[in-house]
Design a protein around this ligand. Sequence first.
Ligand SMILES: [Cu+2]
Length: 245
Amino acid sequence: MTVASRLRTLAAAVTAVVAPLALAPAALADTATPENPVGPASHAIDNIYRAVIGTTMVIFILVGGWLVYSAIRFRARPGRPIEPPQVHGSSRLEWGWTIVPVLILIGLAGYTFHKLPDVKDAPADSMVVNVVAQQFQFSYVYGANSGAAEGKPPSTATTLVVPEDTPVKLEVHAKDVVHDWWVPSLGPKIDAIPGQTTTTWFEANEPGTYHGQCAEFCGVGHSTMAITVKVVPAAEWESFAGGLK
Ligand SMILES: [Cu+2]
């Protein structure tokens, strides 16, 4: 092996590890984790996501680091046999690389199940909002515990207005085809399925306007099927709900 070809081999090995590492931040920014979690449901999703990505990044760095180390440490040199010493049938090693991944997966699954109630279970005293999905908009009417009269839509039927720091249970219906209600900052995606009522919940701990998008391709107007949730302070909610009696 010439010096040039050795350097090329080394460069290829290093690139194989470093390039994905360099691209990782961009990939992470573009995944399904809420960019700005503002309540318990979205925080739980964010925590699960970080546990998984943290664990996999550590494994990636350890394995990639070992690869680079081995490429350098055992590279071809004059007077050294091309093939390094081979190890066969090491039960210890094989048990190790079987059991350790199993334990890691059990740990991640346990943590996920521990967090799942925060993602899925609406508190019993939640205010109820009925969500109706149809081609191509979501509309809302208030239900139990809301402060507004039951069956009343918000003043703009396609903008959901809710109070800050209040659990909101969504009961989701579809009139035509399958849609999916998803505001990443607030909580999980929830399918709207004709003939069924699906439920999810969120609680927003910061006032503001949160945006989402139908997350199930539902026809030509799918891309225009935006979601707007306006979270207002308690006092503002009182006067808003008072106007919906
Ligand atoms: Cu849709």
